[in-house]
Design a protein around this ligand. Sequence first.
Ligand code: ATP
Ligand code: MG
Length: 442
Amino acid sequence: MRLSRYFLPILRETPKEAEIVSHRLMLRAGMIRQEAAGIYAWLPLGLKVLNKVNAIVREEQNRSGAIELLMPTIQSADLWRESGRYDAYGKEMLRIQDRHDRDMLFGPTNEEMVTEIFRGYVRSYKDLPLNLYHIQWKFRDEVRPRFGVMRSREFLMKDAYSFDLDQAGAVHSYNKMFVAYLRTFSRMGLKAIPMRADTGPIGGNLSHEFIILASTGESEVFCHADYLNFDIPPADTNFDDVAGLQSTVDKWTSLYAATSEMHDEAAFNAVSEDKKMSARGIEVGHIFYFGTKYSEPMGAKVMGPDGQEKPVHMGSYGIGPSRLIAAIIEASHDENGIIWPEAVAPFDVAVLNLKIGDAATDAASERLYRELGAAGRDVLYDDRDERPGGKFATADLIGVPWQILVGPKGLAEGKVELKNRATGDREHLALDDVVARLTIRK
Ligand code: ATP
Ligand code: MG
C-alpha cells in the first residue's frame, strides 16, 4: 500500500476523551472512530488488525475441531422467552420492534439461537460431539461504555457452543477450547492466564476467564507467578486425546489463579511469598460449561446409545477480538506508539523513502516495495512528500514491526537501514539483501 493513496487519518494531538493508552493510540493511529457512545467504526488500519486477530482465532478454533457458521445479529424475542432470559437479561439487551410490532433484539450472545439450530437437525448421539462457532457483532447496552473498544456497546465476539451427550463428553469439549485458547492468545504475543470464574447456580468449577495482566485492567486478580513461564501446547496437539488434554488443563489449573470475585485469601496465602502476584487484568476470553441449562427448557434432546432421549450438555466459549486489540496495545507499546507483535501487525514492513523526488531513493524504494510485495510481505510504502522525522513518527505510532529507511547517503554506498520497532535495533543492509533478510523469519 502506498501511504499517499491510503486512508490513514493520524491525529497529531492526544485525544482528551481517552483515559487509557490503548484508546489514545487507537484513535491517534487512525484505527477507530467513535460514532456514538461505545460504538466504533473500524478504519482501514484497525480493520487490518482485526482481520489478523480473527484469522488466528479461526485457525485455532478449526484446529480444535470447532466448525464455523454465521448466525444473524438480530434475533427474535420469542427464542429468549423459551429459555426464560428475555425478561431476566435486563437493560443490557437492546430491544427492537419490527414493522409488524414483533419483538426483536440485537443479540448480546447466542446460546438460544444455536440451541434452536441444533434441535432443528440433530437427533442422535452419533452426531456428537459438535462445536459450532461464529465471529459476529454483539450489542450490550453497557451502563458505562469506556476505554474505547475495551468496553464498548457494540463489539465483536467469537462465540463457540459445544454439544455433548453427557458431562464427561462436555468436559472434553471444554478442555479442547481451553487448549485452543492458550494457543490463540500466545500466538498474539500475549500471556493469558486462565482463572477460575464464577459458575453461578450450576456449580462445579468448569468456568475460566482468560486474563491478560495489565495495569489498566478492570479486574483485580491474584495468581501464582509460575503461570507466566508455562509451556503453551504445541500446534500438533491431538485434540482427540482425552487424557492428554485433561493433563494439560490440570497443569494449567494446578496453581492459584483467581479474579477478585473468586478470590480465596487463605488459599492465596499458601503460595510462597516470592511467587505471589496480585495485579490488574483484562478479561479477553471466557469459557463455561453449563450442562442442560438451555437444552432442557428448549427441548434440545438426543437419543443415547441406550435408546433414551436426553437433553444435551452444552458449553459456551467467548473471545472478544475487538477488546483483544486494545489488550495487545496495553501490553505492547512505548512512548512513540504501538509495538505490534508480528502475527497481528497491520503491515509487515514499512519502506520509508526519506527523500521523495531523489532519483536513487525513489528507484530503490519502488524496487523494495515491489519485491517485498512479490515475496508475500504486506508493505506500507511511505511515499508522502514529508520530512523524515514525520515518517519515523508515523511508522512508530502505527507500530510496523520492520522499517526500512531509504536515504540518499546510505544509497550512495548501496545500503539501506533496517529498524526493528520492538527492540530499536538497526542494521545496515545492502539493497540486494533486504528481501532475503525479511522473508526468512527470525
Ligand atoms: P465483562 O465481565 O468484561 O463484562 P462478560 O463476562 O460479560 O465480560 P462474556 O459474556 O464472557 O463477557 O463475553 C465473552 C468475551 O467477550 C469477553 O471475554 C470479552 O473478551 C468480550 N466482551 C464482553 N463484553 C465486552 C464489551 N462490552 N466490549 C468488548 N468486549 C467485550
Ligand atoms: Mg465473562
